[in-house]
Design a protein around this ligand. Structure first.
Ligand code: SF4
Length: 581
């Protein structure tokens, strides 16, 4: 039966006790992103430090989770140690459906466990188990041990865990979800580590009803056909997002060697096709997704003990290949996977880690740092060195790596080289498409390439119309905020139009929400920004490093005046949203 209230499990990990809270607001914030912001309003401590025990760590799903294809994601929100402000991160895997099968809309952790612990939850139970013996254990080995600690329910069970990065408080620490998905950006792993929580196991041990009658079955089939028959979805399944590597290289928009270039002939050995031809083992999918865009490759490692080989599975996507490949000048697909494998094990966000190591390499070339800091000499293309450096960065092996783990520009403030730190609010995503993307990632809500469609706008527009470009960002955001409140995969945004979402919500039983999507979308967008503003957001705090003004794309060299005007105008419009104008 459809419940209008949100059913929240609030757990104080200091005591190991939890309680169910029923919360109103379905017709105002929908769920997912909107619910996470509402929960931070309720339980957040904007004035306290990110690692204060009172800060909540929030996981939320949406009203369509489990009911329709690709409604497979979960939102994690927290006060980030990257910039000290409220943020969100999204992940797939089994977590969202496990929470649905636990009869919950959200999980909120407060407090700090006395010792490193693992939290297990289900529809009717909660247990906090001592996991001090897992301290320092990598995410892969931890996963094996946690599966033994929490037996049963493997079909609907989800395991979210951190690696050593999260334990040492790196602002680049991710939360690994079911091995191949992540809450990657903005230091979610550190937020979990600050609570002394190594893993959260969601058992998904209950059921949920689907709407009675034929209408739901008909609509499900219609949506299923739509998401599996479009060219876009075929692309995500076949070569996957790595198909973008060749295309972006062709239009001089692919960052190479710390963004010193935007195109390079070396692309031929790390295109989506070459990854698929050489390394692809199988496709995977988030629960409830018929597309299966997760590409899992293999690497072969010689065992230290004898002459046998060990085969290891490593997931790849466009962004990790950019970060551990082109950004570092690494052009062998197996080498890229080896670097990603290390990042996966230490629990380091691949995009942030790769971009940070790109800066460290150029800083080395310029004599600002040396092996005294990096422990291993870094040079573009040296994949073996990057494997070691990624391990040091993830584990925070020395003062330099601990500082770099707080953010590239924090390290640059001490060692120099801020001009070539490839940071747009956070370490850049793999799109050197031009001015609008640079402005949008710098000020976007999550500093994510998926906050807006700016990377696509840049590829289609060469005029310099500031109002039109910023209108595009502003108009694009509410629809995305609503979809991430459902919580749908953003790859399906062309299938889930407003009309489609309204029909899905109505069929499941959320009549009022289905008839007010435009107003609710605007409300969620404003709420998220207001929550962030409470934790200190000011667009003037985010500068664009000089390197971005030197970038040459298919449109020519970046126009400084245009970029600065876009950033200023976008910041002004965001502030107007926060002020409620
Ligand atoms: S398209 Fe990919 S990321 Fe999106 S839900 Fe499906 S498997 Fe997960």
């Amino acid at each position: 039966m459809i419940r209008e209230e949100f059913r929240i499990l609030l757990v104080d990990v200091a005591s190991g006790k939890g309680k169910i809270v029923l919360l109103d607001g379905r017709n105002e914030v929908a769920g997912g992103s909107g619910l996470a912001a509402l929960l931070y309003m309720q339980y957040g401590q904007p004035e306290l430090d990110w690692d204060d025990a009172a800060q909540p760590l929030i996981f939320a799903i949406g009203p369509l989770t489990g009911y329709f294809p690709l409604m497979s994601k979960m939102v994690c929100s927290f006060k980030s140690n990257y910039h000290g402000e409220y943020t969100e991160s999204h992940a797939g895997g089994r977590a969202a459906l496990s929470l649905r099968f636990s009869d919950l809309d959200a999980l909120v952790l407060v407090g700090k466990a006395k010792r490193l612990s693992c939290l297990g939850i289900g529809a009717n139970h909660l247990e906090l188990k001592d996991a001090a013996f897992l301290r320092g254990t990598d995410a892969e080995s931890s996963g094996k041990l946690i599966r033994r600690m929490f037996k049963g329910g493997s079909g609907h069970r989800s395991i979210m865990r951190i690696g050593p990065s999260g334990e040492v408080g790196s602002a680049m620490a991710c939360i690994n979800v079911d091995t191949y998905r992540h809450f990657g950006r903005m230091g979610g792993g550190a937020a979990m580590g600050a609570k002394n929580i190594k893993a959260i196991v969601i058992h998904g041990d209950s059921d949920f009803d689907v709407p009675p009658g034929k209408e739901y079955a008909r609509l499900y089939k219609e949506v299923y056909t739509k998401v599996t028959s479009t060219d876009m979805m075929r692309k995500y399944h076949n070569l996957g997002t790595p198909a973008n590597l060749q295309g972006l290289n062709d239009i001089s928009s692919l960052p190479w060697r710390n963004l010193q270039q935007t195109s390079d002939p070396g692309i031929s050995s790390i295109t989506g096709k070459s990854f698929a031809d050489n390394t692809l083992l199988r496709n995977g999918a988030c629960s409830g997704c018929p597309v299966g865009c997760i590409h899992i490759g293999f690497i072969r490692e010689k065992m230290a003990t004898d002459n046998r080989y060990h085969y290891h599975q490593v997931a790849y996507d466009y962004e990790p290949i950019f970060a551990a490949g082109t950004m570092l000048g690494v052009t062998n697909s197996f080498d890229v996977l080896r670097i990603l494998d290390v990042m996966e094990k230490v629990g380091l966000d691949a995009m942030s880690g790769g971009v940070a190591l790109g800066w460290a390499t150029e800083a080395t070339e310029q004599g600002l740092i040396s092996a005294k800091e990096t422990l291993v000499p870094l040079s573009f293309g040296d994949a073996a060195a990057y494997q070691q450096a990624a391990r040091h960065l993830g584990r925070g092996s020395n003062d330099f790596y601990r500082l770099l783990g707080q953010g590239t520009l924090k390290a640059a403030a001490v060692y120099g080289g801020g001009d070539f730190g490839c940071v747009l609010g956070q370490e850049m995503a793999g799109y050197a498409t031009g001015e609008l993307f640079f402005a949008a990632q710098t000020l976007g809500f999550r500093h994510s390439h998926l906050d807006t469609g700016a990377y696509s706008y840049d590829q289609k527009n060469s005029d310099r119309d500031i109002t039109r470009a910023v209108d595009f960002l502003i108009d694009d955001e509410p629809g995305r905020a609503f979809l991430t409140s459902m919580v749908g995969c953003l790859f399906a945004r062309s299938a889930y139009t407003e009309e489609q979402l309204a029909e899905c919500l109505r069929t499941v039983g959320f009549d009022k929400l289905s008839s007010s999507i435009p107003q609710v979308s605007e409300h969620i967008r404003a709420l998220r920004w207001k929550v962030r503003a409470r934790t200190g957001f000011d667009p003037d705090n985010f500068a664009i490093p000089k390197r971005f003004y030197q970038v040459k794309t298919w449109k020519g060299v970046v126009d400084k005046e245009y970029l600065d005007s876009l950033k200023q105008e976008y910041g002004r419009r965001i502030q107007a949203i926060i002020a409620g104008d």
